[in-house]
Design a protein around this ligand. Structure first.
Ligand code: ADP
Ligand code: MG
Length: 246
């Protein structure tokens, strides 16, 4: 579903992603771990065109992006990729003047040009899926952080994505609200969603991931099944990271 080959990214002549190779198969949950500044967000942002890559290539759901291709070709590919990719960020970024339901159906109305009476039942179903059926009329300011993030997940699901990208979706939440968001993500995993997840929730990583990918200094240092990764880390950098988060 996602294949990344020799991807690199520079900011002002500094290479922040170096020769990244990564694969996420259909229905797989891959968790990306690594210290702050290691390039996790930049990698996710490259995959849906929020950042341009400097070198290499990748494919999402069969749509290819190559750093060597003309910009016009890449722009068209990014547009296509965004239709098949849902992204959830640390900050929920909901429209404050729209209700929960309004937020969820916005892309159906504007991107898919779906008539409202058709979009509303889809939106209600999505709110039900994230456990917020009874909150459809609530505005974001009346929702807890955990509820807002669940609305953001429902909104991302509205486009019926083939892949979901999560960038620290629980990092802005009070500890007692983390579980409800992880619960929704576990549900998506059970339903067979393909997911690439940046998180610091080690219990979630261990229980839900099919594969852990560890990054440091813009490079992939190690990747392994969760049991192997946590029990028998191979590289010194990985061991140091795991000691620090204990
Ligand atoms: P992580 O998500 O793992 O914490 P990031 O992908 O956010 O790491 O950042 C990787 C590196 O790229 C960091 O050194 C960061 O300062 C740098 N960086 C990220 N975004 C930009 C940008 N827009 N301009 C310049 N440098 C950036
Ligand atoms: Mg980040």
């Amino acid at each position: 579903m996602i294949t990344v080959s020799s991807l690199s990214k520079e900011f002002n002549h500094t290479e922040v992603l170096k020769n990244i190779d990564l694969q996420v198969n259909a229905s797989e949950i891959v968790v990306l771990l690594g210290p702050s500044g290691s390039g996790k967000s930049t990698l996710l942002r490259c995959l849906n065109g929020l950042e341009e890559l400097s070198g290499g290539r990748f494919e999402v759901n069969g749509i290819g992006v190559d750093a060597a291709a003309p910009r016009r070709t890449r722009t068209a590919a990014y547009r296509e990729i965004r239709k098949h990719t849902g992204m959830v960020f640390q900050q929920f970024n909901l429209y404050p003047h729209k209700t929960a339901l309004g937020n969820v159906i916005e892309s159906l109305l504007t991107v898919k040009k779906m008539p409202r009476e058709q979009a509303v039942p889809v939106g209600r179903e999505l709110l039900k899926r994230v456990g917020l059926a009874e909150k459809e009329d609530a505005y974001p300011s009346r929702l807890s952080g955990g509820q807002q993030q669940r609305v953001a997940i429902a909104r991302a699901l509205a486009m019926d994505p083939a892949v979901m990208l999560f960038d620290e979706p629980t990092s802005a939440l009070d500890p007692e609200l983390v579980g409800e968001v992880l619960g929704v993500m576990r549900g998506l995993a059970r339903d067979g969603m393909t997911m690439l997840v940046v998180t610091h929730e080690m219990k979630f990583a261990r229980e839900v991931a099919d594969k852990i990918v560890f990054m440091a200094d813009g490079a992939i240092v190690e990747e392994a099944a969760p049991d192997v990764f946590f029990e028998q880390p191979q590289h010194e950098r990985t061991k140091k990271f795991l000691r620090q988060i204990e």
